[in-house]
Design a protein around this ligand. Sequence first.
Ligand SMILES: Cc1cc2nc3c(=O)[nH]c(=O)nc-3n(C[C@H](O)[C@H](O)[C@H](O)COP(=O)(O)OP(=O)(O)OC[C@H]3O[C@@H](n4cnc5c(N)ncnc54)[C@H](O)[C@@H]3O)c2cc1C
Length: 265
Amino acid sequence: MARELYTARLLRKTCISEVAQCYHFVFEVEGRDSFDYLPGQFISAVAPDENGKQQTRAYSIASAASGSKFELCVNRVENGFFSNYLADLSDLPVGGTIQIHGPHGHFVLQEPITDSIFVATGTGVAPMRAFAEWLFPADGPDRSQGKDIWLVYGTRHETDVYYKEEFEALAKRAPNFHYLATLSRALDDWAGLRGHVQVHISKTVEERAKLRGIPLPLDPAIVAAAQSFDIYCYICGLNFMVSGVRELLDGYGWHKKQIVFERYD
Ligand SMILES: Cc1cc2nc3c(=O)[nH]c(=O)nc-3n(C[C@H](O)[C@H](O)[C@H](O)COP(=O)(O)OP(=O)(O)OC[C@H]3O[C@@H](n4cnc5c(N)ncnc54)[C@H](O)[C@@H]3O)c2cc1C
């Protein structure tokens, strides 16, 4: 059955990293009062390539649902068709349009909300931004229920730390939101965290287990809630990072259902 296609008009495009050629987009679905989705889901964007062949690519929505708008975070991939198509789309004088279908996907927050570690690299931060906006809305009641939320965001260089100011502001506003941006190729003047995301996930997991007096690795025969280890990890990015983090958590004896992930490749 053919999927229903919507036309989405670009309202605003902002370059959030010149070096990484990463853009933030605000779209509006035409002819609809609302475009509903769960934070963490993605849309499929459709456009014809230079040979007239329809190309479809998935893009995580980088915002919580708000009327008929949705936001994306996309970086140019060398010689890639769709990322460059989007990055070249103009928002002036009237925004260009794309066709989309969706929302799709199961990378969503599990209910009830638990303490959670969000792990992302690169544009994998997009669904984490949607989670954060939904859990800690700027203009509505908090949905985090006081649970501790860590965002461990890894990238190589300081120029690729997307939405840094936004997440820092959120960490100031919400004491249970912890923002850990770490660089694997930091210059000498970087005052923040260093190393791959795994280093900081390990620290977070081990500190929390110690605080609660829980020995690691966990006993896989005992359900997580029964051993007071009801913490989830949400991972998004390229497969090599996602696999690495899953292996790390497997090593701690984490239950499979507590590891929710989305792979971009
Ligand atoms: C569920 C899901 C959600 C996604 N969300 C986002 C998102 O929020 N933001 C975003 O920027 N991307 C996202 N992606 C990736 C996106 O769908 C495209 O794969 C990406 O934009 C490249 O498409 P392209 O047409 O430009 O490149 P293509 O023409 O498909 O590929 C060109 C070359 O680049 C390589 N390549 C493909 N994808 C990537 C990549 N992601 N990184 C590096 N090299 C790649 C290919 O192997 C190929 O050699 C998501 C993917 C999935 C599956």
